[in-house]
Design a binder for this molecule. Structure first.
Ligand code: GAR
Length: 217
């Protein structure tokens, strides 16, 4: 039996989805979203980029694309709650519909989660539930799996445990190392993240408890 619907963005289909991207590093996934958004009929708009790392490349990518971007550095706040309250000010001021964690290397706390649960997604470099947490590519190599990949999921209170929206598989070659596998996975990530955000923007992603339905028609 189907569970009660938890979240859907159906009501947003007549305007662009307002997206915030949180990133800690290089921001190649942010760049994929920026590039896809440049298409004439994009269904979403990245309106703010936030980073927890000083001088993150993601910040530069956002600024080059004319997107508002801010560094919010956790250690400058007394508590995690204070830090996340500060993030919320930016998110609320920009009228954010969806928060995308794209290489945000920090566990989301209660403050942010409570405000955006069901409206926050994370990208993880493995086929969850395998290889949660850090160094997912290293974990995959050490486990000897022949297939790994990437996952987009709704964020919940656990570490990489939220309801899965989309996954893409990548073959692991015997000669792969962490770096080569990371590169192969990122090629898939760049496609998957764009497609997940577009599907959400088009109101095609509906969450029922642990399971997520994608409406292709
Ligand atoms: C991505 O590969 C993403 O899957 C990973 O960080 C990378 C960020 O790359 N995220 C995690 O490991 C989260 N647990 P990017 O900064 O070039 O987009």
């Amino acid at each position: 039996m189907k569970q009660k619907q938890v979240s859907s963005f159906v009501e947003l289909t007549n305007r662009k989805l307002r997206v915030a991207v949180l990133a800690s590093g290089t921001g190649s996934n942010l760049q994929a979203l920026i590039d896809a958004q440049a298409k004439q009929d994009a269904s979403y708009e990245i309106v703010v980029v936030l980073t927890d790392k000083p001088n993150a490349k993601a910040l530069e990518r956002a600024k080059n694309a004319g997107i508002a971007a801010y560094e919010v550095i956790p250690k400058t706040f007394a508590t995690k709650n204070d830090y996340e309250q500060h993030l919320l000010v930016y998110l609320d001021n920009h009228g954010i519909d969806l928060v995308v964690l794209a290489g945000y290397m920090r566990i989301v706390g209660t403050t942010l989660l409570t405000a955006y649960e069901g409206r926050m997604i994370n990208l993880h470099p493995s086929l969850l539930p395998s290889f949660q947490g850090i160094d997912a590519q290293k974990q995959a190599i050490e486990a000897g799996v022949k297939l790994t990949g990437c996952t987009i999921h709704f964020v919940d209170a656990g570490l990489d445990t939220g309801p899965i929206i989309a996954q893409s598989a990548v073959a692991v070659d015997y000669h792969d190392d962490e770096a080569s596998l990371k590169q192969k996975i990122q090629v898939e990530e760049h496609k998957l993240i764009v497609s997940a955000v577009e599907l959400i923007a088009e109101g095609r992603v509906i969450q029922y408890g642990r399971r997520v339905e994608i409406k292709y028609e």
